[in-house]
Design a protein around this ligand. Sequence first.
Ligand code: SF4
Length: 97
Amino acid sequence: MIELRELPTVSECSVAGCSYNDHTNCKAPAITIGQQSACVTFIPLATVKGGMDKVVSHIGACQRAECAHNSHLECTAASVIVGPGADQADCLTYAAR
Ligand code: SF4
């Protein structure tokens, strides 16, 4: 059985406007990356902060099947960086096969 702590981590997220972001740290225990590399956990709420203190964020699922790091819709990279790209919040570790 795989535990959450064994999944790839989000080493940095520069999307300051996300409710889960705290000084470039993602505070969601796990995020999902969508088909165009967008972080679909991204949510820019003005008055609500999300996530948990002292949490390390992980990639729970990734829909970008054509990424070189993707296997069975899961990420196999050691860690990923999230930041602005084509969308407001993208996986910047994406690599074409
Ligand atoms: S590195 Fe690739 S497989 Fe891993 S989360 Fe980013 S897009 Fe998905």
